[in-house]
Design a protein around this ligand. Structure first.
Ligand code: OOG
Ligand code: MG
Length: 264
């Protein structure tokens, strides 16, 4: 596959995001290697950056058994967080701008200094926060191969950050902390941060390794989403979604009233 082919695939996915319309899996047409899939992801990010939408961090996928089993993908993957996809506290999420969005509870780290390949990963972390991630596969029926989901920037669609607290003071507490995801106060998923690579702090080293391998810089201020500890849940219109992480607190976001399924 040529670079032009990879760029064409990135354009196809970018259009699917912008039209909120599902497309066929890329691998249905032509197999992609993992390196080619990351090249498609990079080309898609370059399109966003070209529109004035910078990268503010990275996100890991499939760091927990719950997520890997739900999606049938058992390798840890990395995607990039576009600034425009952050949902500010108090904003509502408009589901009509997405295909078939789901939400998952996450832990977010923020780097106090640049994280280079040989640095001690945890020494670079300044703060930690509870977070929500909104994922939205651009593929029909939310089904994909490892390479498809990597090309699709690991289904990244949005993220909401709770209050940051100092990492050093909370490092121990987050190793095995209860995680919950609730809709309108009703528990939908529960788990533990220990489901994330055995200890969510391992996610920082995993991000360091994958970011280096696939050419993603991690400057000071970068956000790292560790990956969901529980399965993701389909978003519904007009609900208050809340993620809680014991010891860190909670973060919530409201979805708009209008319905929004654009799948198929
Ligand atoms: C891919 C993204 C996985 C996580 O936290 O494991 C992910 C997907 O499930 O569509 O963000
Ligand atoms: Mg996630």
């Amino acid at each position: 596959m040529t670079e032009a082919n990879l760029d064409e695939l990135a354009l196809r996915l970018d259009e699917a995001v912008r039209d909120a319309r599902a497309i066929a899996q890329l691998s249905d047409e032509q197999p992609l290697t993992l390196d080619q899939a990351y090249a498609v992801q990079r080309a898609g990010i370059a399109l966003r950056v070209g529109r004035g939408d910078p990268v503010v961090g990275v996100k890991l996928g499939f760091t927990s058994e719950a997520k890997a089993r739900q999606m049938g993908v058992f390798d840890v993957i990395i995607g990039q967080l576009a600034a425009s996809t952050e949902v500010a506290l108090g904003d509502t999420v408009d589901l009509a701008t997405m295909v078939h969005p789901r939400v998952e509870p996450e832990v977010a780290f923020r780097l106090g200094k640049e994280l280079s390949p040989d640095d001690d990963p945890l020494a670079a972390v300044a703060e930690v926060a509870p977070a929500l991630e909104i994922i939205d596969s651009r593929y029909r029926d939310f089904r994909f191969s490892l390479e498809d989901v990597v090309a699709d920037n690991t289904s990244a669609a949005g993220f909401v950050l709770g209050a940051w607290v100092p990492f050093a003071a909370h490092s121990q507490a987050i190793a095995d902390a209860a995680v919950g995801l609730a809709f309108d106060g009703r528990e939908r998923e529960t788990g533990s941060t220990a489901a994330i690579l055995g200890d969510p702090r391992q996610a920082v080293a995993a991000a360091q390794r994958l970011a280096d391998r696939y050419g993603m810089p991690l400057p000071a201020g970068s956000i790292i989403l560790a990956g969901a500890a529980t399965a993701a849940v389909a978003l519904a219109p007009g609900v208050l979604v809340e993620a809680s992480v014991a010891g860190l607190g909670s973060v919530s976001v409201r979805t708009a009233q209008n319905p929004g399924s654009n799948d198929g």
